[in-house]
Design a protein around this ligand. Structure first.
Ligand code: GTP
Length: 299
């Protein structure tokens, strides 16, 4: 092949429209640049939350199911309140703090998230801060008959807020995929019953999140899966498939049944203060979904 048939890279860029930078008169050093965000004035309103969302970042989670520790990818939202007299927050400090926590090994426990929001309030010189993180959680799952092991996953989230006046608040949750078999279809048909993949979403608040001993992810996962027609499995051989099919037939569930049965388990759990349960079935004999939702707060 003939070499040097192209102009060099700089020439090529020029040919494709690149131009040299203008000789500007704006300052180049940080200390000489205007700090617009920190210009004080009356900016009419205070703001509840301002910051960044859709931040992808690795994090560490621990679990009562195997693997007991894993690195996964979180999608973060990092925000603070903003005083009426401040024009803007210093957004670079949000990812700066995330990097500091990452270098220490960002293990997303309640403890660490509480500490993060408090650090954020100080760093941002505001009186409230919020962190919200959503991540896939992987766990070992063995098939019901032949005990074939594989990795399943659920989507989990943790939200923590801190403000000077009210302290900390939190909400955590999980979305779990399950099988639901239609009770009506089973009742009216000579044989078979249609079934579908259902998505159970549980949001919960705990009385004492910092001291919480059992893994909240496992608590919520089990509430969803043990009340479904069947849980899902990554690997199923023929004896396993038979077991799952028959178990689903023995445990038919409407979306209404799902949210009520899951709610009963959460009600009985003494660590849980309030919860919301939603079930969405992707109907296999319709083009639409069936949905139900239930919210409960203990006295
Ligand atoms: N407040 C605000 N910042 C934005 C907005 N859009 C982008 N920015 C960010 O502004 C950031 C730079 O601002 P600062 O964090 O205030 O930088 P700085 O003043 O050098 O940081 P400090 O030394 O910590 O005060 C960049 O990361 C931009 O992404 C916006 O709508 N509002």
């Amino acid at each position: 092949m003939e070499t040097n048939i192209f102009p060099n890279k700089q020439e090529r860029h020029k040919r494709f429209g690149s131009v040299p930078p203008v000789k500007g008169d704006k300052p180049l050093n940080k200390e000489d640049m205007t700090d617009l965000q920190n210009t004080p004035n009356d900016f009419l309103f205070a703001i509840d939350s301002v910051g960044i969302s859709n931040v992808k970042h690795p994090l560490i989670i621990e679990s009562d199911y195997k693997p007991s520790q894993q690195t996964t990818v979180g999608t973060f939202s990092l925000t603070t309140g903003l005083h009426q007299m401040s024009k803007g927050i210093n957004m670079s400090r949000l990812t700066e703090l995330l990097q500091e926590y990452y270098l220490e090994g960002f293990n997303v426990t309640f403890d660490r998230l509480y500490s993060f929001t408090k650090d954020l309030v100080e760093r941002m010189e505001q009186s409230s801060a919020q962190i919200a993180v959503q991540f896939p959680w992987f766990f070992d799952r063995t098939s019901p008959s032949l005990q074939k092991s594989g990795l399943a996953h659920a989507e989990a989230f943790m939200n923590v807020n801190y403000d000077h006046d009210n302290g900390f608040s939190h909400e955590v949750g999980i979305t779990v995929a399950v099988t639901t078999l239609c009770p009506c279809s089973k009742e009216i048909s000579e044989y078979s019953a249609h079934n579908q993949r259902g998505y159970v979403t549980i949001k919960a608040k705990f009385y004492n999140p910092i001291e919480l001993k059992p893994d909240w992810k496992v608590t919520l996962l089990e509430a969803a899966e043990t009340n479904a027609s069947s849980m899902l499995y990554p690997i199923l051989k023929r004896p396993d498939e038979k077991a799952v099919t028959e178990r689903a037939y023995e445990n038919p569930r409407f979306v209404e049944d799902m949210v009520r049965l899951v709610a009963a388990d959460l009600y009985e759990n003494e660590d849980i203060k309030s919860f919301t349960v939603e079930c969405r079935n992707e109907e296999s004999i319709h083009m639409h979904d069936a949905i139900a939702r239930l919210t409960y707060t203990k006295e």
